[in-house]
Design a protein around this ligand. Structure first.
Ligand SMILES: [Zn+2]
Ligand SMILES: [Zn+2]
Ligand SMILES: [Zn+2]
Length: 320
């Protein structure tokens, strides 16, 4: 895990990778999430202003990306399955469908709207979503779209959906009720308020940061992966075309599709995902879109250093 921290007066102030105050020798590590009350106290000391300015610089640089779900299309546990992983009591073996919550400099956005979106956003105490960016239009990545209704209501404006033309076409067809003319709506918030923003593999600005989409292939389905600063999110991937490899260079964190050990026509398996890791050498890799065939502890024990299975709720600090 990356640790961006500043040391001041015997204290380490850390980013979101440090979630609780911990003491290591004589040093106490304080999470930035606890900084508000802590800085208030420190401000009364003669060093307070300096701490404050260093913290605000660090805070302006670092944001958090939260993995809302890390499971494959059927989720884990899978309905009706009695395997050891599906019956496991370890919460890290319980995987809702894949999606991401990103805290950007000027608001929050989602990557995809998986079927458990409401449960995921409640679990992560999310109060605000300002936009959604889509990877592709498979059911496990779009079926939570109706849960965006609350955000149109809160924003008093439509929620912008950034996606490719084929994804817009699917969303308009699957959620036809959400795109009826205003005069046909029974009342104001009966359907989600949405508006499309077409994207391609060109970088675009969103909420104070640059989003760099790049093409990956999911069998015959084109998917957009995203580079956000020093992190890349590549779900539903079987093949990375030549033009996309440069976007995977110099990563702190790679979040990569990895279904199971056997070959699959549209997803990377463990061996193939490790080949990608070997080629781009990210500092840390998390495998996502994981099936019930990969038990959390046993799989991590056999993965190389710097490669782990992701889990629902994992928070990853990044620099936009
Ligand atoms: Zn999927
Ligand atoms: Zn199972
Ligand atoms: Zn898919």
């Amino acid at each position: 895990m990356i640790d961006r921290s500043i040391r001041f007066d015997g204290t380490l102030y850390c980013d979101a990778s440090c979630r609780v105050a911990t003491r290591v020798g004589t040093i106490t590590r304080y999470p930035l999430t606890a900084k508000q009350s802590f800085v208030k106290v420190r401000s009364q000391t003669k060093f307070g202003n300096e701490v404050n300015s260093q913290l605000s610089t660090l805070n302006s640089m670092t944001r958090t990306l939260t993995l809302l779900g890390t499971g494959t299309s059927m989720g884990v546990p899978m309905i009706g399955c009695d395997c050891d992983v599906c019956r496991s009591g370890n919460p890290r073996n319980q995987r809702t469908r894949t999606g991401v919550f990103v805290e950007a400099p000027e608001g929050n956005f989602l990557i995809d709207t998986p079927p458990e979106l409401r449960i995921q956003l409640i679990r992560e105490h999310v109060h605000r979503v300002d936009a959604v960016v889509y990877t592709h239009a498979h059911a496990d990545h779009i079926l939570g779209l109706d849960d965006l209704r609350i955000f149109g209501y809160k924003r008093k404006a439509p929620v912008p959906l950034y996606c490719e033309a084929n994804v817009e076409e699917s969303l308009r067809s699957v959620f036809s009720y959400a795109f009826i003319p205003p005069e046909q709506k029974t009342h104001q918030h009966s359907v989600p308020r949405l508006e499309f923003r077409p994207i391609s593999v060109q970088p675009f600005e969103l909420l104070g940061m640059t989003i760099r989409p790049f093409r990956i292939w999911h069998g015959g389905t084109p998917v957009l992966a995203y580079r956000l600063g020093n992190v890349a999110f590549c779900t539903d991937c079987k093949l990375i075309p030549d033009e996309s490899w440069p976007l995977l260079q110099d990563l702190d964190v790679l979040i990569l599709d990895c279904l199971w050990d056997d070959p699959h026509p549209t997803h990377l398996n463990v061996a193939e995902a490790l080949e990608v890791v070997e080629r781009v050498k990210p500092r840390q890799t998390y495998f996502t879109h994981v099936s019930h065939k990969l038990e959390y502890e046993a799989t991590n024990a056999r993965l190389p250093d710097g490669v782990e299975l992701a889990y629902d709720g994992l928070q990853i600090p990044f620099t936009p």
